[in-house]
Ligand binder design. Structure first.
Ligand SMILES: NC(=O)c1ccc[n+]([C@@H]2O[C@H](COP(=O)([O-])OP(=O)(O)OC[C@H]3O[C@@H](n4cnc5c(N)ncnc54)[C@H](OP(=O)(O)O)[C@@H]3O)[C@@H](O)[C@H]2O)c1
Length: 278
């Protein structure tokens, strides 16, 4: 039987997920489909309830449905429970399981870009800028890899709420305190929308970062954000946001189509070409 999967969001036109999964289906000669579904928020609960009888093996969930999917899922992985949002659904035995693969996606990309010893090399300390949905997943992923994490956000209450996730390993920092904290930071991660096309850049002087530090940005339009350009100019390791998008797709593909795909340079080039073309 042909396995079917989807990405659901509203709007959904921008999603690169069909390109990613379509690449893997073609690469492995699998007779599956991966469809783009535009479902408005008012219709999402009905869409979700119809899933077990829909013939879909599962799918990805994107903005604005990640929290609704979390509430509606019949069961959740431990990671999804911690993050409070779901981006991957697996339909099995008439039930829908919710997972969140953003955290392992971000970490797998760091492993691939920096080598697996990055937690030690960066001194085990990360500073995460931003406290939105993506930041939550990234903080969970970093703590799982043994990092001590500081979170700074323009709206301080969101940083404090994120720190409460794991007070033993995560601490909230005032947004104004970021420049002074850089000298003690081994991994700087931007999860704000600053630096994204159409948004102002993240104005931060990276000079105080230690020489061993790495800088990651999860914004991937543009691929080379001003923050990453500044990190490279200082000779620091710079990790772009596209890899997280590619790696977060791996567990879903494995669950629906039964084969663990790889994030290859060919796949990356295909998505980069699409980013440049749009
Ligand atoms: N690479 C990937 O796979 C991937 C995955 C998910 C998201 N992303 C990208 O990550 C970014 C955040 O996504 P999200 O889902 O976490 O969004 P979100 O929940 O809306 O959070 C946005 C974050 O940006 C901060 N922010 C926005 N404007 C700001 C400004 N002018 N100054 C300082 N902080 C500002 C917000 O701070 P406040 O709380 O103060 O508003 C908040 O922390 C987006 O650019 C998105 O495209 C990438």
């Amino acid at each position: 039987m042909t396995a079917r999967a989807f990405v659901v969001g509203h709007p959904i036109r921008h999603s690169r997920s069909p390109l990613i999964h379509g690449h893997w289906l073609a690469e492995h000669g699998l007779a599956g489909t991966y469809e783009r579904l535009d479902v408005a928020p008012d219709d999402f609960a009905a869409f979700f309830r119809a899933l077990p009888a829909s013939g879909f093996a599962g799918g990805n969930v994107t903005i604005p449905h990640k929290e609704a999917a979390f509430r509606l899922a019949d069961s959740l992985t431990e990671r999804a429970k911690k993050i409070g949002a779901v981006n991957t659904l697996i339909v099995e035995g008439g039930r829908v399981r919710g997972d969140n693969t953003d955290a392992p996606g971000f970490i797998a990309h760091l492993d691939q870009s920096l080598g697996e010893g990055w937690p030690e090399r960066t001194g085990g300390t990360a500073l995460v800028l931003g406290a939105g949905g993506a930041a939550r997943a990234i903080v969970v992923g970093l703590v799982e890899r043994g990092m001590r994490v500081r979170v700074a956000n323009r709206s301080p209450e969101r940083a404090r709420a994120l720190a409460e996730l794991d007070p033993g390993h995560v601490e909230a920092l005032a947004w104004e305190a970021v420049p002074a904290a850089l000298s003690e930071t081994g991994l700087l991660v931007n999860t704000t929308s600053l630096g994204m096309a159409g948004h102002p850049p993240l104005a931060l002087d990276l000079a105080p970062l230690p020489e061993r530090a790495a800088v990651a940005d999860i914004v991937y339009v543009p691929l080379e954000t001003p923050l990453l350009a500044a990190a490279r100019a200082r000779g620091l390791a710079a990790v772009d946001g596209l890899g997280m998008l590619l790696h977060q797709a791996v567990p879903g593909f494995f669950a629906w189509f039964g084969l663990r795909p790889e994030v290859t340079p060919e796949l990356r080039e295909k998505i980069v070409a699409d980013l440049v073309a749009r």
